[in-house]
Design a protein around this ligand. Structure first.
Ligand code: CMC
Length: 445
């Protein structure tokens, strides 16, 4: 068979520096193709020209769960999973956790640069003055059963916000976009706290403008009588929001981008993102960790539990361990583990911590976990802090959602402004029946 070169390489610009190509030989036709490599990727659409004949659709990639597909170009968050590095807009997560605060980080993630004094003051003021929700939201909340999961309530009420702000559908108007971004970041703590108070049968507590973002959230959650926000817990809450603010193209962020790509309003897209976060393999994992630690109950039961994890073929998992991207200690888990001591000084030591520490010690020296590079992730220790702060287990994924809102919105905004993006619409490999005639019900076996 003769070897021909037919390729997008022919389209390469004359002049400029040398470019890199991937050469592909199609064994079916003997043709050789050269696909340009840019930023360590080849364009999936460049494969389409690889055909066996004019009737052939062209080659596609098969990549369930997007294990090796970049769905976008982004300038927001950098992760090196092998080295355990996480940076927002270039700033290492540990420096942000130590020196910044959540609202400043949200500004950074959304705008690309840290705010100066005046920018920060205006941003914080704006968020603070949009924390109220329409009174009708309370009626909506009242419709839920007393034991409704707060994530279900959050999905619904965030989605419902789109009906209060119909102009939000003008997603290509930067000013409209900005208004909704402010509203969503400002209102999600209020919705979260209302959901909790509903489940407790407690009266809702309105936002207080002279408190910080985290401090205001804590008072809306826990205020009874003359409750005062503890500064150590306020700081811990703020750091936890920072650590959860963004994590590039994870499941819920991909949901936000995917839903947003239909140009629906950001409330509807964010409701979908909250839904994705609810799952036990994503934001629901911190809740699952706590349930797991309680179930294990005491240190002497740990070896048996580890044995079950190893022998179950993946059915029983050590929750809070493992990550699609991190094949090293999750840098967020390191910060949380350190912070736990400060929190426990105020709240008293969480007895489940000893089980968690022992689980970590055993797992990190066990060949099964070592070989698979399973390390503690952000959820392994966060639940212990939340529990010590008196959050019920149901609220853990809600806390994740509050912090992640700024990341979802930054990613959504980036997607809307990206000329390369279109409505998300993956292809499939169809393996079902070929055409066949309809069989009337009476003739079916
Ligand atoms: N406990 C026991 N075995 C595990 C675990 C675990 N936590 N995680 C992965 N494995 C095993 C899995 O059984 C498989 O083994 P084998 O090769 O023998 O089939 C191997 O490790 C690879 O696992 P995988 O499921 O193919 O890996 P993944 O990249 O698809 O999954 C994960 C990543 C986070 C879903 C998974 O590690 C997991 O289920 N962890 C527990 C849940 C959890 O903590 N999730 C929070 C993630 S961090 C917060 C967030 O981003 O939402």
């Amino acid at each position: 068979m003769s070897t021909q070169t037919a390729s997008v390489a022919e389209k390469k610009p004359t002049g400029g520096g040398p470019r890199e190509f991937l050469s592909i030989t199609d064994s079916r036709t003997g043709k050789v193709y050269e696909l340009p490599i840019e930023n360590g990727t080849v364009k999936a659409l460049d494969l389409r020209q690889i055909k066996t004949g004019p009737e052939d659709f062209g080659l596609m990639t098969y990549d369930p769960a997007f294990m090796n597909t970049a769905s976008c170009k982004s300038r927001i968050t950098f992760i090196d999973g092998d080295k355990g590095i996480l940076r927002y807009r270039g700033y290492p997560i540990d420096q942000l956790a130590e020196h910044s605060n959540y609202l400043e980080v949200a500004y950074l993630i959304l705008n690309g640069e840290l705010p100066n004094l005046a920018q920060y003051a205006a941003w914080a003021d704006e968020i603070t003055h949009h924390t109220m929700v329409h009174e009708n939201i309370k009626d909506l909340m009242a419709g839920f059963r007393y034991d409704a999961h707060p994530m279900g309530m959050l999905v619904s009420t965030i989605g419902a916000l789109s009906t209060f702000y119909p102009e939000a559908k003008h997603v290509h108007d930067p000013a409209v976009r900005r208004d909704q971004i402010v509203r969503l970041i400002a209102k999600i703590p209020t919705l979260a706290a209302f959901a909790y108070r509903h489940s407790q049968g407690l009266p809702y507590v309105y936002p207080e403008n002279d408190l910080s973002y985290a401090g205001n959230f804590l008072q809306m959650m826990f205020k009874i009588g003359n409750y005062k926000v503890d500064p150590v817990l306020e700081q811990a809450m703020d750091v936890l929001f920072i650590l959860h603010a963004d994590h590039e193209q994870n499941c819920s962020t991909s949901a936000m981008r995917g839903i947003g790509s239909s140009e629906v309003d950001p409330y509807s897209a964010a409701a979908g993102a909250v839904g994705a976060l609810y799952g036990p393999l994503h934001g629901g994992a911190n809740e699952a960790v706590l349930r797991m630690l309680r179930e294990i109950g005491s240190k002497d039961k740990i070896p048996q539990f580890i044995k079950e994890c190893k022998e179950s073929g993946g059915d029983v998992r050590l929750m809070g361990f493992g990550h699609r991207v991190y094949k090293n200690y999750d840098p967020r888990a390191k910060i949380i583990k350190k912070m736990a001591d400060q929190v426990f000084e105020v709240t008293g030591r969480n007895p489940l911590l000893d089980i968690a520490l022992e689980l970590e010690r055993i797992a990190l020296s066990d060949e099964y976990f070592v070989k698979r590079k399973l390390y503690p992730n952000v959820d392994f220790y966060s639940g212990l802090i939340y529990q010590a702060m008196k959050f019920p287990v149901d609220m853990y994924p809600v806390l994740f959602a509050i912090g992640r809102m700024s990341g979802w919105l930054a990613q959504w905004q980036e997607m809307i402004q990206d000329k390369d993006q279109k409505i998300a619409r993956p292809r499939q490999v169809y393996l079902g029946e070929g055409e066949r005639p309809f069989v009337p019900m009476t003739s079916r076996k």
